[in-house]
Write a protein that binds this ligand. Structure first.
Ligand code: ZN
Length: 260
């Protein structure tokens, strides 16, 4: 089965993602949405300029997702979005755990720019692990939940939001509420929280609309087989139809990334 991995990162030991692209391709993964991270606080992972280099090396396979930090203010973030969108990035990644509230109206110019550029937004949700070299860094899960993106999703319906990690372990019900109601609200299944919710068969998951649910690994290509085995087994157990699996593994992501 063809698959698109909606959530991976660039590891600096594979700087142009040659190894990742080759091994993923051998396993039927035809496209990767690669999310930049702030390289100053997560040194082993690539920032916007690293992702751009991999995009240029692997056009049509590596799709870029720029990271922005809303603490820097709307004017600077609008410039950042404009710049990287101009380089061909398809998505915006953000980490509200750093200490901003995505629902704050001060960020509206940034959402307007993201919408005008036709970009997706895949925010980190739930608990976050950042480099162990900063053990006391100011981080919180409070602002990293799906309800914090509801306002922007309602006011800027042209932006498709994808909640990473199924919206977080404790807040997955917010994901279910919004994915059932908003056409532009989606979630990925990535570990640990996104996988954990399904592994535990937590209440309500049977009502997740599969046209809003996307496969991803948040890992290197060595994780692909194990991830596919976990989800195939979970879907067998839950009686998920073949068409819904096809949406989950490929069709939903292909539509959002506009790939054939
Ligand atoms: Zn990630």
């Amino acid at each position: 089965m063809k698959r698109i991995d909606i959530h991976v990162h660039l590891h600096m030991d594979d700087p142009l993602m040659d190894r990742h692209v080759e091994q993923a391709g051998e396993k039927g993964v035809t496209a990767l949405l690669v999310h930049a991270v702030p390289n100053d606080i997560c040194p082993p992972l690539g920032d916007n300029e690293h992702v751009l280099a991999a995009m240029r090396k692997h056009p049509g396979v590596v799709f870029g997702s720029m990271q922005i930090d809303l603490r820097r203010g709307a004017a600077l973030c609008v410039e950042t979005v404009r710049h990287w969108a101009g380089e061909g990035f398809k998505c915006v990644k953000m980490y509200p755990n750093l200490g901003f509230d995505p629902a704050d109206p001060r960020h509206d110019p940034v959402w307007a720019e993201i919408e005008a550029r036709g970009l997706l937004c895949l925010p980190h949700c739930g608990y976050i692990q950042i480099s162990p070299i900063y053990p006391t860094m100011s981080l919180t899960s409070l602002t990293a939940s799906p309800f914090h993106f509801e306002r922007a999703a309602r006011m800027f319906p042209g932006i498709h939001f994808i909640m990473a990690h199924f919206g977080g372990a404790a807040t997955y019900l917010e994901t279910l509420v919004l994915c059932q109601r908003l056409a532009n609200f989606h979630a990925d299944c990535t570990p640990g929280q996104g996988t954990w919710v399904w592994k535990c068969r937590l209440p309500g998951i049977e009502d997740m609309p599969f046209d809003h649910f996307l496969w991803g690994t948040d890992a290197g290509p060595e994780a692909i087989d194990g991830s596919a085995a976990f989800w195939d087994g979970t879907f067998d157990d839950l009686g998920v139809a073949a068409e819904d699996r096809q949406r989950f593994y490929y069709d939903n992501a292909a539509a959002l990334l506009a790939v054939g």
